[in-house]
Structures are given as C-alpha cells and as structure tokens.
Design a protein around this ligand. Structure first.
Ligand code: GLP
Length: 530
C-alpha cells in the first residue's frame, strides 16, 4: 500500500481528484466506484471544478456506489442517492443511465444485491474504487466481524456506526439500522483503490490500516491483500510518532519525531553481519514501539536500493530485503531509502534551510556524496541519481576514480583527497609546519588545519586549491539544479567561516551557501520523514 500524507484536507482532496481525472483521461469509459461520508466531499467538489474548467470529461464514465441505507427513499436527503447527486453527479456530465447505487427502495433486498453484483460484472468491473474509512475500520458498510461477506449484501449496522452517522439525521432513532453494501470481494476486485482519511478521529483506524495485521475485525486491513491501494490522508489522521534510522559504517542512529519535534535520539554500534545488524535494529525498534506510538519507520542506508532491497559496499547488505524484513519483524510500516537522500530530506525538514523549496546537500567525508531536494521532495529516478561526487571537474590527466572515470569531483574534494594532497605537498617541503604535523606517516584533518591556522604557506596552497575545486563543483550544481541553497556537511565543514568565506568568493551568482547545523543527525531525522 502506498501512503500519501497530505498537509491538509484540501490537499488530500485535490491529489485524490487528480488520480481520478488521470484514470478517466487514460480510459474515457472507466468504471468508477464512489463512496459517501463527509470525507470525499472535497474530492467531489474538486472533480466538479475540474469538469467545469474542462479538465476532465465524464460523459463515457459508469459509476457504482459502495452502499446505501436500507430501507430508505431516494428522495430522503440522508440517502446516499441524494448525497451523490447533490455532491457529485449534478456537478459533472456523467450520464444518468450510467449511475448505479444499491436501491434502498428495493422490495427484495436479496434480489437487489444479486442484481447489483451482476451489473458490476456486466460493466467489466470497477477500474478505480474510492473508499472512505469508518472509525472502526469499516469500508462501505462492511462492519467489523469475524467473517466478512464477499459480495453485495444486506447488513446490520453496528451501534458504533449508527452513532457516528446520526450526526446527519435528526436523532439516533432516525438512522436506518441496515444497509446494502458491496462485499469485501466486490471492493477488492476493483483494479485500483484509493482510500481517504481525514481528521484526528480517523487516527486509530489509519494506524491499524498501516500497521495492523490483516483482520476482519478491522475490515480496512483486508486492503493489504490488494496490489494497488493508495491511502491519502491528512496530517491529522496520520499523527503518531515517526521513527528514523540511519545506518552508518560504525553506528546506527535512531530518532523519534512526534508532532514535528525530536523526542528521542540514540545510537548503537553497527554490527559486522547482516543478521546481527537486522536483529539489533529490530530489538531497538520493538523497545521504542513500547514507549512511543510509532506509526512509521524510515531507514536510511548506504548503497543502492531497489524495491526496498539494499546492496551496499561498506555494510554487509547484498540484495537484503531490509524493508520487508524489518516490517515483518516489528509489525510496522517501513520505508527504506539511500542515506544521502535521507540526510538531504532531514536538512530541508529540520535544518537551517527549512524555508527552502529546493536544496542540494553536499556531504564531504571519505568520498563526496549528497542528495537533491526539489519541491521539498527527494529527487529520484530508477537509476543511481544524486551521485554528485562523480561528475568530472578535470578532463586532462584527471585522477583515477574507482567509479571507472577520471577526474571525478570526489577525487579532489573529499576529505581523503584533501589529506592526500596535503601529505604529498608536505613531503616536498620538509621545513614546513605541515611536514612537522605529520604523525606516523599520515596527516589528520586537525593537523592539516592547524598548519593552515599557523600560517604555513604549503598548507595554505593546498587549501586554496581545495577551495577552487570545491567551488567548481558547487558552481556546476547551481547551474544544473538552480537550488535555493546548497548545504555542506562533513568533517571539513567544522572549519566554518574559514571554509565559507574563501569559497563564497569563487561562487558565481548570489548562492545561499550554508554549513549544515544538523551534520550527522540529518540522516535519521530525514529517514523519519520518508
Ligand atoms: C459511512 C460510509 C462509508 C464511509 C464512512 C466514513 O458509514 N458507509 O463508506 O467511509 O461512513 O464516513 P466519514 O467520511 O463521514 O467519516
């Protein structure tokens, strides 16, 4: 199931409307399944707007509604027939003869149910079904039960539902106590399903839908057996803590975010086998689940990720189905993404660039990596996007890179490259402060910057070249992505203004260039927001 969390009800309605419009554009004679309840009203008014502005044409569409009270007159303002005509059918050009709802006036409800099923079958089946969700997890009027009825049937409403729906009637007693509803298989036979949930009173139902076991006591969880379900909900309905995990070569970081605030941070050692890493993460997640109402888990990991499976070089993951394994072991909804992508997301959600729409994060460490955020979302492709350390800045006699190219940015701007250059230069001038700072044949970052600080011309020359290379890459990133800001992270950025000041002089245009305030925390924070 795909989960799309929207800022508010309005955004949720508009995004869902786009899916329906796309469906009708792709297949003009689509068979659409519609729902009632207050939740889809915004969606229906958006579809009405789209039709009036000629963005979509429903003239060939056929519709089937999920359910209807029984018995009820179509003229009753509380009937779903009345509701649909008022909120949708009167606003779009769907033909009257193509509209179908279970008939609440039918004399023989059993016959009506059989007829309804046959009509759906005759239409070729539902292409796209819209659902709401009851507070107890009911869909249509399939109420929680130990056994769910597969096809369209007459059902008794639970007291819970009668109470919830009595807000539309004069009193509890006026609510019909029965309904005709598509069965669970009728719904699951739809080729595509979108389910909408809005508001805090749907929080429990949504949390169970995302994380609960498949259980007829919560009919919505049956949707987990369908291959094409998208849940659109607003932030209110989705609330609950989010856990972010950042797997690194030496440590695994954890962050819990509740209501946009970081409420917990910790890290554990990265074990040396796949099995041990997975069991240490599982153990931690299960213990955090007890303390926080965790709804989702995001995991950032190095390496390539395809459909939740990870293959990395520094971590013992080989086509490891991390997403499914952690989800299975913890019973939570888990998403996995590349660690640099997560860090970039962390920066735009919680860092100094949270006011931006588009940023590029450049992480400078053993290599040069990063993540690209466009319109506040991770920019993705089906390929290895965002390998920003591997564009060439030196065409002639470029340094060899393990990626197969020569002259990659990483070969000039990683911390490793800087220290390698520094060592080489120091060895050429044995009188220099830099040479003096060599210990056991190597230089540390501190030793290098100590020499710069003390005015060593050899170290300064290396640093000047480094800044030049760094600026080249940053200027290219600006030209390609046009970000609102570029954020730099990693050990070298500890130099703060000493790094930024000379760098800014070489940057073309008036780029907002910043040093990450989150640094190593960005990954876990971003993972939580996946
Ligand atoms: C009714 C309908 C359902 C709907 C549910 C939630 O009982 N039969 O299809 O999903 O209510 O309604 P609302 O969106 O008003 O919360």
């Amino acid at each position: 199931m795909k989960v799309i969390v929207c800022e508010n009800y309005d955004e949720m309605s508009k995004r869902a409307a786009k899916i329906i419009a796309a469906q009708v554009t792709i297949k003009s004679d689509s068979v659409l399944g519609f729902a009632t309840g207050s939740t889809p009203i915004g969606l229906y008014s958006e579809l009405g707007r789209m039709y009036s502005e000629e963005e979509v044409d429903f003239s060939e569409v056929t519709t089937f509604n999920l359910d209807e009270y029984y018995p009820i007159k179509k003229s009753n303002e509380q009937s779903y027939d009345y509701f649909m005509r008022k909120n949708l059918f009167s606003k779009i050009n769907v033909k009257d003869e193509n509209i179908h709802l279970p008939n609440g006036e039918a004399e023989d409800p059993q016959k009506e149910c059989e007829f309804y099923e046959k009509m759906i079958e005759k239409s070729g089946g539902i292409d796209l079904q819209v659902l709401g969700i009851g507070r107890n997890g009911h869909i249509g009027f399939n109420e929680p039960n130990s056994v769910l009825v597969p096809s369209t049937h007459l059902t008794k409403l639970t007291e819970n539902t009668i109470k919830a729906n009595s807000r539309f009637f004069d009193s509890f007693d006026d609510v019909p106590k029965q309904a005709l509803t598509m069965g669970i298989s009728t719904i699951l036979n739809a080729k595509k399903i979108i389910i909408l949930a809005s508001g805090a009173n749907k929080r429990k139902a949504v949390a169970e839908l995302i994380n609960g076991e498949i259980n007829p006591k919560n009919p919505a969880t049956m949707l987990k057996t369908h291959h094409d379900v998208t849940l659109f909900c607003d932030k209110e309905a989705f609330a609950g803590a989010k856990l972010g995990i950042d797997i690194g070569g030496t440590a695994i970081k954890f962050a819990v975010i509740n209501n946009n605030e970081v409420v917990y941070k910790d890290s554990i050692k990265t074990e040396d086998t796949e099995e041990k890493i997975i069991s240490s993460i599982t153990e931690k997640v299960i213990s955090l689940k007890k303390d926080y109402e965790i709804t989702t888990v995001g995991i950032g990991t190095p390496g390539r990720i395809k459909e939740g499976k990870v293959t990395a070089t520094n971590i013992p993951f080989k086509n490891t189905a991390l997403q499914d394994i952690i989800s299975e072991k913890t019973g939570l909804y888990v998403v996995v993404d590349n660690d640099a992508n997560c860090a970039a997301l962390g920066e735009i959600e919680f860092g100094s660039t949270k006011d931006c729409e588009n940023i590029v994060l450049v992480t400078i460490g053993t290599g040069v990596g990063g993540g690209i955020i466009m319109n506040r979302q991770i920019a993705r492709s089906n390929n290895n996007m965002g390998e920003i350390g591997h564009f060439v800045i030196q065409a002639k006699n470029g340094r060899i890179c393990p990626c197969g190219q020569k002259g990659c940015w990483e070969q000039y701007c990683s911390m490793t490259a800087l220290l390698k250059d520094a060592l080489k230069a120091a060895k050429k001038d044995k009188e220099s402060i830099l040479y003096n700072n060599i210990e056991d044949g190597s230089l540390t970052g501190e030793a290098f910057f100590d020499a710069v600080q003390k005015g060593c011309p050899v170290a300064q020359k290396v640093f000047d070249d480094y800044i030049r290379y760094l600026a080249m890459g940053i200027n290219s990133l600006v030209n390609i992505f046009g970000p609102d800001a570029i954020v730099l992270a990693g050990g070298v950025t500890k130099q703060g203004e000493k790094l930024l000041e000379p760098l800014k002089k070489l940057i073309v245009g008036d780029l907002r260039l910043e040093i990450s305030t989150l640094q190593n925390d960005a990954g876990a924070l971003g993972a939580a927001m996946l």
